[in-house]
Write a protein of this length. Structure first.
Length: 226
């Protein structure tokens, strides 16, 4: 039975990943900061293995890795993330910017550092880092969102580095843009529901080849500019 480890699993895209893979019989490890408050996860019952995890806390990540031991992880989805406020450079909250870097960039890097052996020991050997088209430098024509854009652009570079480093282990690593999704971050006017986004992303993930590792792809499978 394949297994999924997903962060930020208590709502939005993370919860949609949990439900989708659970429905297909996968073993699902769902991580969030406050699992005791995650009603939607609790309603899924014991079929989901819930874990307390703040991806900005390296000790918690190490503890989770130890608790899972040698269990293979077919798919690691680094989904947990924070958004940033709009505005110019002079409006930036630099303390918040550091928090975004800790969660959006360092969090996935910490997770990969802790879990790549478990991913490499699996059959599917895939790490998917949830990024955003707003991280594209080539596509940035509107500016703004300094903290969010930069933290996710850095995640894209981390993803590329991971792919190079882990290639000889057979691990595929990609950065994925989920589309404009109806989440707390995307808002109610977004075009996609979390379920629609995850359904499309699963097709991209399932179809990945070793040659595509290190790439940046949209929810429909199109390669995005860096």
């Amino acid at each position: 039975m394949p297994s999924l480890l997903v962060t930020g699993a208590n709502r939005g895209l993370g919860l949609a990943f949990v439900r989708s893979y659970l429905a297909d019989g996968w073993t699902v490890h769902a991580c969030c900061r406050h699992p005791e408050k995650a009603r939607a996860l609790q309603e899924l019952g014991d079929a989901v293995q819930r874990h307390r995890l703040d991806v900005a806390d390296g000790l918690q990540i190490e503890s989770l890795a130890r608790s899972l031991g040698d269990e293979p992880i077919d798919l690691l989805v680094n989904n947990a993330g924070l958004g940033g406020k709009a505005g110019g450079l002079e409006d930036s909250d630099f303390d918040q910017w550091q928090k975004l870097l800790a969660v959006n960039t360092l969090g996935p890097a910490r997770m990969a550092a802790a879990f790549w052996p478990a991913v490499a020991a699996s059959e599917r050997r895939t790490i998917a880092n949830i990024s955003t088209q707003l991280a594209s430098i080539a596509d940035n024509r509107s500016g703004g969102l300094y903290a969010y854009r930069s933290s996710k652009a850095a995640l894209n570079m981390v993803s590329r580095n991971m792919a190079i480093e882990l290639a000889d282990k057979g691990v595929k690593v990609v950065a994925l843009h989920p589309g404009w999704v109806q989440t707390d971050m995307g808002g109610a006017n977004a075009k996609l529901t979390p379920d629609q986004s995850v359904s499309a992303l699963r097709k991209v993930i399932d179809g990945l080849t070793p040659e595509q590792s290190g790439g940046f792809y949209g929810w429909q499978g199109d390669e995005l500019p860096w």
